[in-house]
Design a protein around this ligand. Structure first.
Ligand SMILES: Nc1ncnc2c1ncn2[C@@H]1O[C@H](COP(=O)(O)OP(=O)(O)OP(=O)(O)O)[C@@H](O)[C@H]1O
Length: 351
């Protein structure tokens, strides 16, 4: 492979665009400093000195608002999930953060850099996996890894090769002859090989089999344990649930809910058959539990069930639940699915 710099071209934001996968590098290597965050994995989000801040960030295309007044912060060292249906504005938010889109109004910063003021400096702090990563088809996997690791100041080809190995990718294969999943693995090896303070992954596990998905999630968690901050979007609720410390829900361009995963794990749903004594109207909730319990009905497999959603420690509720003499009682963690349904489809759960 020849020198990548000869074939690369810069766009006016200083990014490297080589017919596909877009990574970014600064004009000057001396502007790079390694992250010294060292945040403990899974720690409560410390938002005193956040890695990412958006303030009423808005992006409009003509009359259409793709992102509306979005204000959020991502703490250093946390894994922050972005959830939302197709077209919710996740990619718009990510690309605005990176300076690829100019906001209509509002502002944002990454590690103290404003993308509209110093996009190059900002992008030197970030490794970004686009949702539609495309790679030079004529190159072999190893060549692609070398190319991008030489281009980025935080690159290290040995690290990229180790990631490729973890993902069981044959890097001798030409990109043109790779399957969709193999190309995704290669793009991941490029991005995860860059030792930047922030990692932004747009649907990183798309097109991957379950074993490789698990390996990718392990790599994400390892990145956090080395003090890196990770933002990632996914449509797979279980992987957000397993991996993220906090999650934001976007709907029609609006940030509608933020949730700490530790909060979610404190929520449970109790279901039971509806009988004359277990109809919602007959259930009396003690005052001590009133603000942590919500009683309703749901329909599952054409059967109406009594549904009790609880928030917080279950142990003080066990005696009360027992006193209700419910038939066919099941207790399950509420899970992200229920929250997602509640936020996006007007489900029964109030969260
Ligand atoms: N250049 C553009 N011009 C007009 N509308 C656009 C443009 N780019 C994006 N949009 C619209 O903005 C909205 C948000 O798109 P975005 O790609 O951010 O969604 P997303 O949440 O990432 O979706 P997905 O989960 O499908 O990737 C969509 O309705 C999309 O059609």
């Amino acid at each position: 492979m020849g020198s990548g710099k000869k074939v690369a071209r810069r766009d006016n934001a200083g990014s490297l665009s080589r017919k596909g996968l877009v990574l970014n590098y600064p004009q000057s290597l001396s502007s790079i400093e390694r992250s010294q965050t060292g945040t403990v994995a899974g720690a409560i989000a410390d938002l005193a000195d956040p890695m990412v801040v958006t303030d009423r960030l808005t992006k409009r295309y003509g009359d259409f608002t793709a992102l509306s007044n979005c204000s959020l912060s991502v703490a250093r060292g946390e894994i922050f999930g972005l959830l939302g249906p197709n077209g919710a504005g996740k990619t718009t938010l990510i690309r605005s953060l990176l300076g690829f889109l100019r906001p209509t109004s509002g502002s944002c910063s990454v590690d103290g850099f404003d993308p509209m003021v110093d996009g190059v400096g900002l992008r030197s702090r970030v490794a970004y996996l686009p949702g539609d990563a495309r790679l030079p088809r004529h190159m072999r996997g190893a060549g692609v890894l070398t190319f991008f690791s030489e281009m980025h100041p935080c690159g290290d080809v040995d690290r990229s090769l180790r990631v490729a190995d973890r993902l069981e990718l044959n890097v001798k294969t030409r990109v043109a002859f790779m399957s969709t999943g193999m190309r995704q693995k290669l793009a991941l090896a490029v991005v995860l090989g860059l030792d930047t303070p922030l990692l932004i992954l747009d649907e990183p596990t798309a097109n991957l089999d379950p074993t490789v998905r698990a390996a990718v999630l392990d790599l994400v968690v390892e990145a956090r344990s080395r003090g890196r901050t990770v933002m990632f979007s996914s449509h797979v609720l279980s992987e957000i649930e397993e991996t993220c410390d906090r999650v934001a829900f976007l709907r029609k361009g609006e940030l509608v809910r933020e949730l700490m995963m530790s909060e979610l794990f404190q929520r449970h749903r109790v279901t039971a058959k509806t009988t004359s004594v277990s109809a919602p109207a007959s259930i009396s909730v003690p005052d001590s539990l009133a603000d942590r319990v919500r009683v309703s009905t749901i329909t599952r497999a054409n059967q109406e069930l009594l549904c009790i959603d609880t928030d917080g420690d279950l142990s003080p509720m066990i005696g009360w639940l027992d006193s209700l003499q419910l038939v066919g009682m099941r207790i399950e963690p509420l899970g992200l699915r229920a929250v997602y349904d509640s936020v996006h489809m007007g489900g029964e759960v109030v969260v």
